[in-house]
Design a protein around this ligand. Structure first.
Ligand code: B4P
Length: 198
C-alpha cells in the first residue's frame, strides 16, 4: 500500500509588534481550525510558571529584545511534537530571525510539510506605539508600559525580523496586507488570501 500523507496548511502571520498578529490569529484559528502557535504566549506562560526557560526569557523580553534562537526553536519543536493531530499551524510571532526560518523549514520538512503562505501585516510605527501603550494600560505586560521599550522592540523588528519576509520572498510566499483599519476589515482581507490557497 502506498502511504498517503495528508498535507497540512501552515500559515505565518507576520508583522511588527502590535500589528495585530495575536488579535487576528483568534479569528483565523476559529474559522479554519488551525493549531495556534504563538511564541509570545508560550514564553509568557513559561514566565508565569517560573520555569528555567521562563526566567531566562524574561530578562530579554523586559528589555524589548528577542529571546535567543535556541530557546525559542526548542520550545516550538516541543509544541509541534505535542500536537501530532494538527491539520495545520498558524505561526504567530515566529519565526522572527533567519535562523528561526531555517529551523522551522527543517522541522516541517521532517513532517513532509512546508509553509504555504506568509501574510504580512503593514502598520505605521506611530500606530504601533499608540496601540501597544494602549494595551499596556490593561494588559499587565511589562514590555507594553514603557515607550522606550516599545521602540526597542520595533528596532529589534527592523534589525532582525524584517529578514524573515526577505527569506520567504525568495520562495514567492509573502503577501502584504494593510494592517490599519477595523479588526473586521483586516480579517476580511486576510481571509480572502487564505481562501485562495487552502
Ligand atoms: P508577542 O507576544 O509576539 O507580541 P507582539 O509582537 O507584542 O504583538 P501582536 O502583533 O501579537 O499584537 P496584538 O494583536 O496583541 O511578542 C512579545 C515578546 O516576546 C517579543 O518582544 C520578544 O521579546 C518575545 N518573543 C516572542 N516570540 C519570539 C521569537 N520567535 N523569537 C524571539 N523572541 C520572541 O495587538 C496589539 C494591540 O493592538 C492590542 O491592544 C490590540 O487590541 C490592538 N489592535 C489590534 N488590531 C487593531 C486594529 N485593527 N486597530 C486598533 N487596534 C488594534
Amino acid at each position: 500500500m502506498v502511504y498517503q500523507h495528508n498535507p497540512m496548511f501552515n500559515l505565518i502571520l507576520f508583522g511588527p509588534p502590535g500589528s495585530g498578529k495575536g488579535t487576528q490569529s483568534e479569528n483565523i484559528i476559529a474559522a479554519y481550525g488551525l493549531q495556534h502557535l504563538s511564541t509570545g504566549n508560550l514564553l509568557r506562560s513559561e514566565i508565569a510558571g517560573q520555569t528555567i526557560l521562563g526566567l531566562k526569557a524574561k530578562s530579554f523580553m523586559d528589555q524589548g529584545q528577542l529571546v535567543p534562537d535556541e530557546v525559542v526553536i526548542g520550545m516550538v519543536d516541543n509544541f509541534m511534537n505535542a500536537h501530532p493531530e494538527a491539520k495545520g499551524f498558524l505561526f504567530d510571532g515566529f519565526p522572527r530571525t533567519t535562523a528561526q526560518c531555517i529551523a522551522l523549514d527543517a522541522l516541517l520538512k521532517n513532517k513532509s510539510n512546508e509553509i504555504n503562505v506568509v501574510l504580512a501585516l503593514e502598520v505605521s510605527e506611530e500606530e504601533l506605539v499608540k496601540r501597544l501603550l494602549g494595551r499596556g494600560l490593561t494588559s499587565g505586560r511589562s514590555d507594553d508600559t514603557n515607550e522606550n521599550i516599545i521602540r526597542a522592540r520595533i528596532q529589534e523588528y527592523n534589525d532582525k525580523t524584517t529578514a524573515v519576509a526577505t527569506y520567504y520572498a525568495q520562495f514567492n510566499k509573502v503577501v502584504s496586507v494593510k494592517g490599519e483599519g477595523t479588526v473586521e476589515s483586516i480579517y476580511a482581507d486576510l481571509k480572502a488570501e487564505i481562501d485562495t490557497r487552502i
